[in-house]
Design a protein around this ligand. Sequence first.
Ligand code: ADP
Ligand code: 5GP
Length: 202
Amino acid sequence: MISRPQRPLCIVISSPSGGGKTTLCGRLLREFPSMVYSISCTTRAPRPGEVEGENYYFLAEPEFQRRVKAGDFIEYAQVHAHWYGTPKQRIEKALNEGRDALLAIDVQGAERIRTLISGPVSDILKTALVDIFVVPPSINVLQQRLDGRGQDTEETIALRLANAEKEMACRDRYKYVIVNDRLDDAFERLKVIIEAEHRRVV
Ligand code: ADP
Ligand code: 5GP
């Protein structure tokens, strides 16, 4: 039997802060070793344990703005009082090599990518987007998870929870919404979506 090669995807995962993006992306990268994680640039300070060039590229604001002007980002946005941007080159390279690109970005960034692909872009990018919104079982659980992560100040957590409601209101813009209740179950749902999208005829 001749099987069709799987098509490369631009997988965009959004959720409120603490929703489980980082955890689920880590699992995806282990499950799909050829998947390329998009390392964003940010003006926020590193959290304990975060590594430059692994979690993010941590930039001072003038350097971030220089890259915006140079057109280095496929999208960028201000989120929770800091700037974040997705370098273009890494995404294009992954897709051209037939590999999936994985982006954990906010709702504004996802919207910018939708707008971008509705305009003149390469055929490969035009059909590659798979956008997935991860919801926590409840706002209370979200708060517990943010507290439990133990990496943000009370003030930061309060800001992120306040933004969570607004972010959740954007979930209907996404092709898929999954609930992150039990981690294993949420991951299984995510995996099924990606495997189906790999084989979808476009
Ligand atoms: P995000 O990247 O969306 O901000 P994280 O992946 O850092 O979220 O998850 C926030 C916290 O919640 C982490 O401490 C993580 O270990 C925990 N967590 C994520 N998913 C679950 C789950 N399904 N059940 C329990 N804890 C979870
Ligand atoms: P954190 O500071 O918790 O790592 O991320 C805060 C928020 O910024 C999350 O919603 C995360 O998905 C989002 N984010 C991270 N990188 C990018 C990016 O490159 N672009 C956009 N638009 N959002 C990002």
